[in-house]
Write a protein that binds this ligand. Sequence first.
Ligand SMILES: *Cc1c(COP(=O)(O)O)cnc(C)c1O
Length: 415
Amino acid sequence: MSAIRRIDGELWMEGVRLAEVAARFGTPCYVYSRAAIETAWRAFDDALAGTDHLVCYAVKANSNLAVLGLLARLGSGFDIVSGGELARVLAAGGRPDRIIFSGVGKSEEEMRAALSAGIRCFNVESEPELERLDAVARAMGVRAPVSLRVNPDVDARTHPYISTGLKGNKFGIAHHRALAAYELAARLPNLRVTGIDCHIGSQILDMAPLEEALERVLELAAAVAARGIPIAHVDVGGGLGIRYREEETALDIGRWCAAVVARLAGSPYSLVLEPGRAIVGNAGVLLSRVEYLKLDKDRRFAIVDASMSELIRPALYEAWHEIVPLAAPDRPEALYDVVGPVCESSDVLGTDRRLAIAPGDGIAILSAGAYGMVMSSNYNSRPRPAEVMVDGARAVQVRARETTGSLFAGESTLD
Ligand SMILES: *Cc1c(COP(=O)(O)O)cnc(C)c1O
Protein backbone atom coordinates (compact mmCIF):
# COMPACT_ATOMS: atom_id res chain seq x y z
CA MET A 1 0.00 0.00 0.00
CA SER A 2 1.13 3.53 -0.58
CA ALA A 3 1.09 5.51 2.63
CA ILE A 4 1.18 8.78 0.72
CA ARG A 5 -1.47 10.66 -1.25
CA ARG A 6 -1.72 14.13 -2.71
CA ILE A 7 -4.99 15.96 -2.08
CA ASP A 8 -5.53 19.46 -3.53
CA GLY A 9 -1.79 19.81 -4.00
CA GLU A 10 -0.95 18.87 -0.40
CA LEU A 11 0.91 15.69 0.58
CA TRP A 12 -0.85 13.51 3.18
CA MET A 13 0.12 10.38 5.08
CA GLU A 14 -3.02 8.54 6.21
CA GLY A 15 -5.20 11.29 7.77
CA VAL A 16 -2.36 13.72 8.45
CA ARG A 17 -1.08 16.59 6.30
CA LEU A 18 2.71 16.26 6.17
CA ALA A 19 3.24 20.05 6.04
CA GLU A 20 1.59 20.13 9.46
CA VAL A 21 3.95 17.43 10.79
CA ALA A 22 6.92 19.45 9.51
CA ALA A 23 5.61 22.60 11.21
CA ARG A 24 4.84 20.84 14.49
CA PHE A 25 7.93 18.64 14.92
CA GLY A 26 10.46 20.55 12.81
CA THR A 27 12.73 19.29 10.04
CA PRO A 28 14.53 17.09 9.24
CA CYS A 29 12.10 14.53 10.59
CA TYR A 30 11.26 10.91 9.81
CA VAL A 31 7.55 10.02 9.57
CA TYR A 32 6.16 6.47 9.43
CA SER A 33 2.68 5.16 8.64
CA ARG A 34 1.29 2.61 11.06
CA ALA A 35 -1.19 1.33 8.48
CA ALA A 36 1.50 0.84 5.83
CA ILE A 37 3.74 -1.13 8.22
CA GLU A 38 0.90 -3.33 9.42
CA THR A 39 -0.40 -3.91 5.88
CA ALA A 40 3.04 -5.02 4.66
CA TRP A 41 3.57 -7.39 7.62
CA ARG A 42 0.11 -8.89 7.10
CA ALA A 43 0.84 -9.40 3.39
CA PHE A 44 3.47 -11.95 4.48
CA ASP A 45 1.46 -13.48 7.28
CA ASP A 46 -1.75 -13.81 5.24
CA ALA A 47 0.06 -15.32 2.25
CA LEU A 48 1.47 -17.98 4.60
CA ALA A 49 -1.78 -18.83 6.39
CA GLY A 50 -2.07 -22.61 6.46
CA THR A 51 1.70 -23.10 6.53
CA ASP A 52 3.63 -23.44 9.80
CA HIS A 53 5.60 -20.19 9.64
CA LEU A 54 7.11 -17.26 11.50
CA VAL A 55 7.70 -13.84 9.95
CA CYS A 56 10.77 -12.47 11.73
CA TYR A 57 11.03 -8.75 10.97
CA ALA A 58 14.69 -7.78 10.37
CA VAL A 59 15.09 -5.18 13.11
CA LYS A 60 18.09 -3.48 11.54
CA ALA A 61 15.89 -1.96 8.81
CA ASN A 62 14.13 0.29 11.34
CA SER A 63 14.47 -0.35 15.06
CA ASN A 64 12.35 2.44 16.55
CA LEU A 65 10.48 1.08 19.58
CA ALA A 66 7.13 2.15 18.15
CA VAL A 67 7.76 0.15 14.96
CA LEU A 68 8.82 -2.91 16.97
CA GLY A 69 5.86 -2.49 19.32
CA LEU A 70 3.34 -2.48 16.46
CA LEU A 71 4.86 -5.65 15.02
CA ALA A 72 5.09 -7.37 18.42
CA ARG A 73 1.36 -6.79 18.90
CA LEU A 74 0.68 -8.43 15.52
CA GLY A 75 2.57 -11.50 16.77
CA SER A 76 5.68 -10.92 14.69
CA GLY A 77 9.00 -12.59 15.26
CA PHE A 78 12.22 -10.60 15.06
CA ASP A 79 15.57 -11.13 13.35
CA ILE A 80 18.26 -9.33 15.35
CA VAL A 81 21.96 -8.76 14.69
CA SER A 82 23.21 -7.37 18.02
CA GLY A 83 22.68 -7.28 21.76
CA GLY A 84 21.37 -3.75 21.31
CA GLU A 85 18.63 -4.97 19.00
CA LEU A 86 17.79 -7.77 21.45
CA ALA A 87 17.29 -5.17 24.21
CA ARG A 88 15.10 -3.05 21.93
CA VAL A 89 12.86 -5.96 20.92
CA LEU A 90 12.39 -7.00 24.55
CA ALA A 91 11.71 -3.39 25.59
CA ALA A 92 9.07 -3.14 22.85
CA GLY A 93 7.27 -6.26 24.09
CA GLY A 94 8.61 -8.78 21.55
CA ARG A 95 8.49 -12.42 22.63
CA PRO A 96 11.94 -13.94 23.18
CA ASP A 97 10.86 -17.30 21.78
CA ARG A 98 10.19 -15.51 18.47
CA ILE A 99 13.64 -13.94 18.19
CA ILE A 100 16.36 -15.26 15.90
CA PHE A 101 19.90 -13.91 16.15
CA SER A 102 21.84 -13.37 12.89
CA GLY A 103 25.22 -11.75 12.27
CA VAL A 104 28.86 -12.76 11.72
CA GLY A 105 30.43 -11.42 14.89
CA LYS A 106 28.37 -12.29 17.95
CA SER A 107 30.32 -11.56 21.15
CA GLU A 108 30.23 -13.84 24.21
CA GLU A 109 28.29 -11.17 26.05
CA GLU A 110 25.67 -11.04 23.27
CA MET A 111 25.39 -14.83 23.30
CA ARG A 112 24.87 -14.83 27.09
CA ALA A 113 22.18 -12.14 26.86
CA ALA A 114 20.34 -14.04 24.13
CA LEU A 115 20.58 -17.38 25.97
CA SER A 116 19.32 -15.77 29.19
CA ALA A 117 16.40 -14.26 27.31
CA GLY A 118 15.58 -17.68 25.80
CA ILE A 119 15.60 -16.80 22.10
CA ARG A 120 14.31 -19.18 19.46
CA CYS A 121 17.48 -19.70 17.44
CA PHE A 122 21.03 -18.54 16.73
CA ASN A 123 21.79 -18.22 13.03
CA VAL A 124 25.45 -19.23 13.18
CA GLU A 125 27.81 -18.04 10.44
CA SER A 126 31.10 -19.91 11.07
CA GLU A 127 32.69 -22.96 12.72
CA PRO A 128 34.50 -20.86 15.38
CA GLU A 129 31.16 -19.28 16.25
CA LEU A 130 29.70 -22.78 16.82
CA GLU A 131 32.54 -23.53 19.23
CA ARG A 132 32.17 -20.25 21.09
CA LEU A 133 28.41 -20.65 21.39
CA ASP A 134 28.82 -24.21 22.69
CA ALA A 135 31.29 -23.00 25.35
CA VAL A 136 29.08 -20.10 26.43
CA ALA A 137 26.01 -22.39 26.64
CA ARG A 138 28.01 -24.99 28.61
CA ALA A 139 29.10 -22.38 31.17
CA MET A 140 25.44 -21.43 31.61
CA GLY A 141 24.26 -25.05 31.78
CA VAL A 142 21.94 -24.74 28.77
CA ARG A 143 21.74 -25.93 25.16
CA ALA A 144 21.72 -23.33 22.43
CA PRO A 145 19.34 -23.81 19.45
CA VAL A 146 21.25 -23.29 16.20
CA SER A 147 20.68 -22.92 12.51
CA LEU A 148 23.61 -22.59 10.11
CA ARG A 149 23.59 -19.71 7.67
CA VAL A 150 24.80 -21.24 4.47
CA ASN A 151 26.12 -19.26 1.57
CA PRO A 152 24.38 -20.68 -1.50
CA ASP A 153 26.77 -18.90 -3.92
CA VAL A 154 23.92 -17.28 -5.82
CA ASP A 155 24.14 -13.82 -7.39
CA ALA A 156 21.28 -11.69 -6.03
CA ARG A 157 21.83 -9.29 -8.95
CA THR A 158 21.59 -6.25 -6.69
CA HIS A 159 24.11 -3.56 -5.71
CA PRO A 160 27.45 -5.20 -4.66
CA TYR A 161 27.31 -3.48 -1.24
CA ILE A 162 24.02 -5.21 -0.43
CA SER A 163 24.76 -8.57 -2.05
CA THR A 164 25.64 -11.24 0.52
CA GLY A 165 25.20 -14.66 -1.06
CA LEU A 166 28.26 -14.92 -3.30
CA LYS A 167 31.52 -16.77 -2.65
CA GLY A 168 34.12 -14.39 -1.26
CA ASN A 169 31.54 -12.65 0.89
CA LYS A 170 32.03 -12.46 4.66
CA PHE A 171 28.53 -13.83 5.33
CA GLY A 172 27.52 -17.41 5.90
CA ILE A 173 29.27 -20.77 5.76
CA ALA A 174 30.55 -21.75 2.29
CA HIS A 175 28.27 -24.24 0.61
CA HIS A 176 30.98 -26.92 0.34
CA ARG A 177 31.77 -26.68 4.08
CA ALA A 178 28.19 -26.76 5.28
CA LEU A 179 27.88 -30.52 5.83
CA ALA A 180 31.09 -30.66 7.88
CA ALA A 181 29.89 -27.66 9.90
CA TYR A 182 26.58 -29.43 10.64
CA GLU A 183 28.49 -32.51 11.80
CA LEU A 184 30.55 -30.33 14.11
CA ALA A 185 27.37 -28.67 15.44
CA ALA A 186 25.79 -32.08 16.07
CA ARG A 187 28.88 -33.22 18.02
CA LEU A 188 29.02 -30.19 20.29
CA PRO A 189 27.07 -31.18 23.42
CA ASN A 190 25.61 -27.78 24.28
CA LEU A 191 24.17 -27.06 20.86
CA ARG A 192 20.88 -28.30 19.44
CA VAL A 193 20.56 -28.14 15.64
CA THR A 194 17.12 -26.83 14.69
CA GLY A 195 17.34 -25.35 11.21
CA ILE A 196 19.10 -23.98 8.16
CA ASP A 197 19.09 -20.42 6.87
CA CYS A 198 20.31 -18.17 4.09
CA HIS A 199 20.08 -14.53 3.09
CA ILE A 200 21.55 -13.62 -0.28
CA GLY A 201 21.22 -9.84 -0.34
CA SER A 202 18.86 -6.91 -0.20
CA GLN A 203 16.61 -4.93 -2.59
CA ILE A 204 16.22 -8.02 -4.82
CA LEU A 205 13.67 -7.32 -7.56
CA ASP A 206 13.92 -10.61 -9.44
CA MET A 207 12.54 -13.80 -7.86
CA ALA A 208 14.88 -16.16 -9.76
CA PRO A 209 17.95 -15.81 -7.50
CA LEU A 210 15.78 -16.25 -4.38
CA GLU A 211 14.30 -19.43 -5.84
CA GLU A 212 17.75 -20.67 -6.81
CA ALA A 213 19.01 -20.09 -3.27
CA LEU A 214 15.99 -21.90 -1.81
CA GLU A 215 16.71 -24.91 -4.04
CA ARG A 216 20.33 -25.07 -2.87
CA VAL A 217 19.31 -24.73 0.77
CA LEU A 218 16.72 -27.50 0.46
CA GLU A 219 19.28 -29.82 -1.17
CA LEU A 220 21.61 -29.19 1.73
CA ALA A 221 18.85 -29.69 4.29
CA ALA A 222 18.16 -33.13 2.76
CA ALA A 223 21.86 -34.01 2.83
CA VAL A 224 22.09 -32.93 6.49
CA ALA A 225 19.01 -35.00 7.40
CA ALA A 226 20.50 -37.99 5.55
CA ARG A 227 23.39 -37.88 8.02
CA GLY A 228 20.99 -38.22 10.91
CA ILE A 229 20.86 -34.53 11.85
CA PRO A 230 17.21 -33.46 11.72
CA ILE A 231 16.31 -30.01 10.40
CA ALA A 232 13.08 -28.57 11.80
CA HIS A 233 12.90 -25.22 10.04
CA VAL A 234 14.07 -23.61 6.81
CA ASP A 235 14.73 -19.87 7.01
CA VAL A 236 14.70 -18.21 3.57
CA GLY A 237 16.02 -14.85 4.81
CA GLY A 238 14.78 -11.46 3.62
CA GLY A 239 15.93 -9.31 0.75
CA LEU A 240 12.65 -8.57 -1.06
CA GLY A 241 13.02 -5.38 -3.06
CA ILE A 242 10.57 -2.47 -2.88
CA ARG A 243 9.63 0.20 -5.40
CA TYR A 244 11.76 3.34 -5.10
CA ARG A 245 10.95 4.79 -8.53
CA GLU A 246 7.95 4.64 -10.83
CA GLU A 247 9.61 2.47 -13.43
CA GLU A 248 10.49 -0.21 -10.86
CA THR A 249 8.25 -3.09 -9.86
CA ALA A 250 8.53 -4.34 -6.29
CA LEU A 251 9.08 -8.03 -5.71
CA ASP A 252 5.55 -9.22 -5.01
CA ILE A 253 5.26 -10.47 -1.41
CA GLY A 254 2.31 -12.76 -2.15
CA ARG A 255 4.00 -14.31 -5.19
CA TRP A 256 7.22 -15.03 -3.30
CA CYS A 257 5.37 -16.53 -0.34
CA ALA A 258 3.26 -18.67 -2.68
CA ALA A 259 6.40 -19.92 -4.45
CA VAL A 260 8.02 -20.88 -1.13
CA VAL A 261 4.87 -22.59 0.13
CA ALA A 262 4.55 -24.54 -3.12
CA ARG A 263 8.19 -25.64 -2.94
CA LEU A 264 7.91 -26.69 0.73
CA ALA A 265 4.64 -28.58 0.26
CA GLY A 266 4.97 -32.11 1.61
CA SER A 267 8.29 -31.35 3.32
CA PRO A 268 8.70 -31.66 7.09
CA TYR A 269 10.02 -28.14 7.55
CA SER A 270 8.43 -25.14 9.18
CA LEU A 271 9.20 -21.84 7.50
CA VAL A 272 10.96 -18.70 8.78
CA LEU A 273 11.30 -15.44 6.83
CA GLU A 274 13.38 -12.37 7.66
CA PRO A 275 11.98 -9.42 5.70
CA GLY A 276 13.09 -5.94 6.71
CA ARG A 277 12.90 -3.38 3.91
CA ALA A 278 9.69 -4.88 2.45
CA ILE A 279 7.85 -4.14 5.72
CA VAL A 280 9.00 -0.61 6.50
CA GLY A 281 10.67 0.83 3.37
CA ASN A 282 7.66 2.39 1.68
CA ALA A 283 6.05 3.21 5.03
CA GLY A 284 8.37 6.11 5.85
CA VAL A 285 9.41 9.52 4.54
CA LEU A 286 12.07 12.01 5.54
CA LEU A 287 10.74 15.56 5.74
CA SER A 288 13.11 18.42 5.02
CA ARG A 289 13.06 22.10 4.14
CA VAL A 290 14.76 24.08 1.39
CA GLU A 291 17.39 26.42 2.85
CA TYR A 292 18.85 27.96 -0.31
CA LEU A 293 18.68 27.70 -4.06
CA LYS A 294 22.23 28.10 -5.34
CA LEU A 295 22.12 28.82 -9.03
CA ASP A 296 25.57 28.28 -10.49
CA LYS A 297 26.36 28.49 -14.16
CA ASP A 298 26.61 24.71 -14.62
CA ARG A 299 24.36 23.16 -12.00
CA ARG A 300 21.49 24.35 -9.89
CA PHE A 301 21.57 23.20 -6.28
CA ALA A 302 18.69 22.98 -3.84
CA ILE A 303 20.41 23.02 -0.44
CA VAL A 304 18.06 21.43 2.09
CA ASP A 305 18.24 20.84 5.85
CA ALA A 306 18.50 17.02 5.54
CA SER A 307 21.79 15.41 4.57
CA MET A 308 23.78 12.21 4.33
CA SER A 309 23.94 12.29 8.15
CA GLU A 310 20.19 11.59 8.28
CA LEU A 311 19.89 9.49 5.08
CA ILE A 312 23.12 7.94 3.82
CA ARG A 313 21.68 5.55 1.22
CA PRO A 314 22.23 7.81 -1.83
CA ALA A 315 25.85 8.54 -0.80
CA LEU A 316 26.58 4.97 0.32
CA TYR A 317 25.14 2.93 -2.54
CA GLU A 318 23.88 5.36 -5.11
CA ALA A 319 20.34 4.67 -3.97
CA TRP A 320 17.56 6.66 -5.64
CA HIS A 321 14.78 8.24 -3.57
CA GLU A 322 11.90 10.20 -5.01
CA ILE A 323 11.83 13.81 -3.77
CA VAL A 324 8.59 15.80 -3.84
CA PRO A 325 7.34 19.12 -2.42
CA LEU A 326 4.90 18.99 0.50
CA ALA A 327 2.61 21.54 -1.13
CA ALA A 328 2.17 22.85 -4.64
CA PRO A 329 2.47 26.63 -4.52
CA ASP A 330 3.00 28.45 -7.78
CA ARG A 331 6.76 28.26 -8.40
CA PRO A 332 8.91 28.09 -11.49
CA GLU A 333 9.99 24.52 -12.20
CA ALA A 334 13.69 23.75 -12.70
CA LEU A 335 16.21 20.92 -12.52
CA TYR A 336 18.10 20.72 -9.22
CA ASP A 337 20.67 18.62 -7.46
CA VAL A 338 19.20 18.24 -3.99
CA VAL A 339 22.07 18.40 -1.50
CA GLY A 340 22.58 18.75 2.24
CA PRO A 341 24.73 21.06 4.39
CA VAL A 342 27.36 18.40 5.24
CA CYS A 343 30.93 19.06 4.10
CA GLU A 344 31.28 16.17 1.65
CA SER A 345 30.79 16.20 -2.10
CA SER A 346 28.89 12.92 -1.69
CA ASP A 347 26.28 14.67 0.46
CA VAL A 348 23.69 14.43 -2.29
CA LEU A 349 20.09 13.26 -1.81
CA GLY A 350 19.16 13.33 -5.50
CA THR A 351 20.54 14.65 -8.77
CA ASP A 352 18.72 16.25 -11.72
CA ARG A 353 15.33 16.49 -10.04
CA ARG A 354 12.62 18.58 -11.67
CA LEU A 355 11.10 20.53 -8.80
CA ALA A 356 8.99 23.67 -8.32
CA ILE A 357 10.44 24.94 -5.04
CA ALA A 358 11.61 28.07 -3.25
CA PRO A 359 13.57 28.62 -0.02
CA GLY A 360 11.45 27.75 3.02
CA ASP A 361 9.37 25.13 1.16
CA GLY A 362 8.93 21.70 2.72
CA ILE A 363 9.92 18.59 0.78
CA ALA A 364 9.57 14.86 1.40
CA ILE A 365 12.14 12.22 0.51
CA LEU A 366 10.03 9.13 -0.10
CA SER A 367 10.52 5.43 0.72
CA ALA A 368 12.88 6.29 3.57
CA GLY A 369 11.39 3.93 6.17
CA ALA A 370 14.14 1.29 5.84
CA TYR A 371 17.86 1.83 6.43
CA GLY A 372 17.22 5.55 6.99
CA MET A 373 17.19 6.59 10.64
CA VAL A 374 19.04 3.43 11.70
CA MET A 375 22.02 4.39 9.52
CA SER A 376 21.99 8.05 10.54
CA SER A 377 25.04 9.55 12.21
CA ASN A 378 26.05 12.70 14.02
CA TYR A 379 28.59 13.63 11.36
CA ASN A 380 29.21 17.38 11.37
CA SER A 381 27.72 17.37 14.92
CA ARG A 382 24.21 17.19 13.58
CA PRO A 383 21.62 16.05 16.15
CA ARG A 384 19.65 13.03 14.91
CA PRO A 385 16.15 13.96 13.72
CA ALA A 386 12.82 13.38 15.43
CA GLU A 387 10.73 10.35 14.44
CA VAL A 388 6.94 10.52 14.18
CA MET A 389 4.37 7.73 13.74
CA VAL A 390 1.16 8.57 11.93
CA ASP A 391 -1.85 6.53 13.04
CA GLY A 392 -5.05 7.58 11.25
CA ALA A 393 -5.53 11.27 12.03
CA ARG A 394 -2.90 11.26 14.81
CA ALA A 395 0.79 12.11 14.52
CA VAL A 396 2.76 10.93 17.55
CA GLN A 397 6.42 11.74 18.21
CA VAL A 398 8.09 8.37 18.84
CA ARG A 399 11.62 9.67 19.22
CA ALA A 400 12.61 13.18 20.24
CA ARG A 401 15.09 15.15 18.16
CA GLU A 402 18.53 14.94 19.79
CA THR A 403 19.78 18.06 21.50
CA THR A 404 23.16 19.55 20.61
CA GLY A 405 24.27 19.20 24.24
CA SER A 406 23.61 15.46 24.23
CA LEU A 407 26.07 15.05 21.36
CA PHE A 408 29.07 15.76 23.59
CA ALA A 409 27.60 14.94 27.01
CA GLY A 410 29.99 11.98 27.39
CA GLU A 411 33.08 13.91 26.31
CA SER A 412 35.52 15.95 28.36
CA THR A 413 38.56 18.15 27.94
CA LEU A 414 41.93 17.32 29.56
CA ASP A 415 42.45 18.92 33.01
C1 LIG B 1 19.58 -7.38 6.56
C2 LIG B 1 19.13 -8.76 6.75
C3 LIG B 1 17.80 -9.10 6.50
C4 LIG B 1 16.77 -8.14 5.97
O1 LIG B 1 17.05 -7.73 4.66
P1 LIG B 1 15.98 -6.86 3.86
O2 LIG B 1 16.63 -6.66 2.54
O3 LIG B 1 15.79 -5.60 4.60
O4 LIG B 1 14.73 -7.66 3.77
C5 LIG B 1 17.42 -10.41 6.75
N1 LIG B 1 18.31 -11.32 7.21
C6 LIG B 1 19.60 -11.02 7.45
C7 LIG B 1 20.51 -12.06 7.96
C8 LIG B 1 20.05 -9.73 7.23
O5 LIG B 1 21.34 -9.44 7.45
